[in-house]
Write a protein that binds this ligand. Structure first.
Ligand code: ACO
Length: 403
């Protein structure tokens, strides 16, 4: 031990790395990112190819199992997910305990965590067979939980999952259908949503995935671990950025005010940041943002909203920021959240659901990360060290002697 000036021993050798800027917390074979070149691969496959040719459940299979499925494996996987889309009927009681205006992410933290009480036959993290069932349940039920949190907000009846639909179509159905009329999801919108799910499915050791790994490292219940991931994702610096971006664009309101907000983002005495800009790992264009911008064009075109003022504002803001010295020098580019909010808003999805949809998609990555962590021969409980900077030893002072 090294004895410091306070007479305290600092034991052992360890790295002090706030925010884990240069600490690899694990070895993983799931997702590769080259932040300088702006590359993102899931299990070796470039995100652009997956976004173009694949669908979300196939990508979930890939993330969890390591390989793309054969036709037979895919059919089996999709059918098993569909077997699990319903929630235990008593789970609907949970919703009624929340205020009507509860944020969907608050509801999701609670209800996904509550799955641990309902599905106890898939709660043993150390049993591979139970892990598989937990994975299917998570992929299948989280969309239902998310859609119901919206239905609860707006006071409409919960819509039960329809397994004749694709994953994204079913989600649109549970969000927008009512018992009073026929609802047929728009295939262009469903495809765009599927792409949003694919782009958000995994992103290696970000805050929420690391949270899931740390929570799960003790062997904790998988549903509780995913609820912890949802809690971490909620923050405006992480998954909450898509909602914050749209709120910011609405606040800017007019192209004439872009300059004012850019100046605020550069001002170190102002806590304002350009939401949807910057990334811990990407020091180049986030490849997901480019796909999202393209998807934005497609969706707005389909809906006849080519002149959408927020989209125009976003394009202009991106252009101005990318020509600004501050953003160039700090390598701050748009991230995936910059355009995803505009796409979702055009689909009729309210701002408050954006992060819930991110959580739904990231459930695939969290599950894959959790399974890889717990099955690894190097698995250990996560137990970071600290650099103690508090007071040295001192004696207790009775309350009447304190000043
Ligand atoms: N606007 C203005 N300045 C910024 C921004 C921004 N969006 N992002 C970073 N900076 C500046 C910081 O002020 C800092 O400047 P300094 O060196 O003069 O102090 C420098 O760039 C580095 O920023 P850090 O916060 O140290 O970088 P970090 O890697 O810790 O943070 C983060 C990355 C959180 C994404 C940050 O860029 C940010 O807050 N962006 C806005 C929120 C956002 O879009 N989050 C979504 C991330 S993607 C996702 O979760 C899917």
């Amino acid at each position: 031990a090294v004895i410091d000036s306070r007479g305290l021993g600092q034991h052992g050798v360890f790295a002090y790395d706030p925010g884990f800027l240069s600490t690899a917390s694990c070895a993983s074979s799931i997702t590769y990112i080259d932040g300088d070149k702006g590359l993102l691969y899931y299990r070796g496959y470039p995100i652009e190819q997956l976004a173009q040719h694949s669908d979300f459940l196939e990508v979930a299979y890939l993330l969890i199992n390591g390989e793309l499925p054969t036709a037979e494996q895919k059919a089996q996987f999709v059918s098993t997910v569909k077997e699990h889309t319903m929630l235990h009927d008593l789970m609907s009681n949970f919703y009624r305990g929340f205020r009507r205006d509860a944020h969907p992410m608050a509801v999701m933290v609670g209800v996904v965590g509550a799955m641990s009480a309902f599905y106890r036959d898939s709660s043993d993290a150390f049993d591979p067979a139970q892990r598989d069932i937990a994975a299917f349940r998570l992929l299948a039920k989280v969309p239902t939980i998310a859609a119901w949190s919206y239905k609860y907000n707006i006071g409409q009846p919960f819509m039960y999952p329809q397994n004749r639909f694709s994953y994204a179509e079913n989600f649109l159905y549970m969000m927008f259908a009512t018992p009073c009329e026929e609802y047929q999801p728009n295939p262009v919108l469903a495809r765009a949503l599927e792409r949003i799910f694919i782009l958000h499915a995994d992103h290696e050791q970000n805050a929420s995935s690391s949270t899931v790994r740390v929570a799960g490292s003790s062997g904790a219940n998988p549903f509780a671990c995913i609820a912890a991931g949802i809690a971490s994702l909620w923050g405006p610096l992480h998954g909450g950025a898509n909602e914050a971006t749209l709120n910011m664009l609405e606040q800017i309101g007019d192209e004439k005010r872009i300059g004012e907000f850019i100046e605020r983002a550069k001002d170190k005495t102002d806590s304002f940041r350009l939401m949807g800009f910057g990334h811990r790992v990407y020091k180049n264009m986030d490849p997901r943002a480019a796909i999202m911008r393209e998807t934005c064009h497609e969706v707005l075109n389909e809906l006849g909203l080519n002149d959408d003022p927020l989209f125009k504002l976003a394009l202009k803001l991106e252009k101005i920021a990318l020509e600004d010295d501050y953003f160039v020098k700090k390598k701050l580019y748009p991230n995936v959240d910059f355009y995803s909010g505009i796409v979702m808003r055009a689909m009729g999805i309210p701002n408050s659901m954006f992060t819930a949809i991110f959580a739904l998609a990231r459930t695939a990555g969290w599950t894959a990360q959790w399974m890889e962590m717990i099955a690894s021969p190097e698995h250990k409980i996560a137990r970071p060290r600290q650099l103690y900077v508090g007071p040295a030893r001192r004696d207790y002072v009775p309350i009447d002697k304190r000043v």
